[in-house]
Design a protein around this ligand. Structure first.
Ligand SMILES: [Cu+2]
Length: 115
């Protein structure tokens, strides 16, 4: 049976080599660290807002090539992950956005207005 004290001692013993290894890895391969942390590296795509539908969390974008989805430029409707991301944009806004496939639907995961 492992009690809290034993567990703490165990973690203390394990921490230094782990930290050292992580540091060495960060110095050698920073890109690998980012991927390992669970943050997908997604390209931002240029677009222009054509229509916003907050009630159904949808945005119509005229977009350039979306490399991570292998999609050429076109005008189409996307769902957004959270309605709040639509607060920062307006119809006619030039934007940069990230899109991904989730449960078979194309979702805008991030969007920002650009000048
Ligand atoms: Cu498209």
């Amino acid at each position: 049976m492992i009690n809290v004290k034993t567990l703490a001692a165990l973690l203390m013993a394990l921490a230094p080599p782990f930290v050292t290894a992580a540091y060495a890895q960060a110095v050698d391969q920073p890109v690998t660290i980012v991927a390992a942390a669970g943050t997908p590296i997604t390209d931002m795509t240029d677009g222009e807002v054509r229509k916003i539908d907050k009630d159904s969390q949808k945005v119509t974008l005229k977009h350039g090539e979306i490399k991570n989805l292998g999609m050429p430029g076109m005008t189409m409707v996307f769902k957004v992950k959270e309605a709040s991301v639509l607060d920062a944009i307006q119809v006619g806004s030039k934007v940069r956005f990230a899109a991904d496939k989730m449960d078979g639907a194309l979702i805008v995961t991030a969007i920002e207005a650009v000048r």
